[in-house]
Design a protein around this ligand. Sequence first.
Ligand code: IMP
Ligand code: MG
Length: 172
Amino acid sequence: MPSVRVLITEEQIRERLRELAAQITRDYDGQPVTLLGVLTGSLMLVADLVRQLPLRTRIGFIQASSYRGATTRPDKLEIVPTLLPDVRDRHVLLVDDILDTGQTLNQVLDHIRSLRPRSVRVAVLLRKRGRQELPCEPDYIGFEIPDVFVVGYGLDYDDEYRQLPYVGVLEP
Ligand code: IMP
Ligand code: MG
């Protein structure tokens, strides 16, 4: 079993989410918001974020997967639209675990925009430095990280390690 070297501690995540939640609360200024998590990696972030938002909220999920395992070459994205709540005319906050190449978020954003929401903003826990191939500027970013493969707090390697309360790097 490989070990995991901690990169971002549980406490750092908690601290940062407090700041992001305060910023989101100010920005939406009392308007209802639909948090739309990209499955499965956004699970922890959606749960921890929404509990700190004193706003009217709805929660939905969108399933989209670009690749599996530790390869970082994005394939064609598959979206399962049946999971999606009605977002027409609603303020949507799209939530994902990590912005890597930007393929996933760009394609998911295209899909959501086609459903005519009132607005769309993007929140990610992590952004990898030097990896973005497509222009995508999230409105809320938890942490910038170097180009390493990370797991924990929702992020997986082959669908494992998601439950770790911190973000870490797999060591062989
Ligand atoms: P993108 O489409 O290249 O931006 O990749 C985004 C998706 O790839 C994320 O939602 C993750 O599921 C996955 N991903 C990218 N980098 C990592 C990583 O370091 N660890 C785990 N999953 C990752
Ligand atoms: Mg993901």
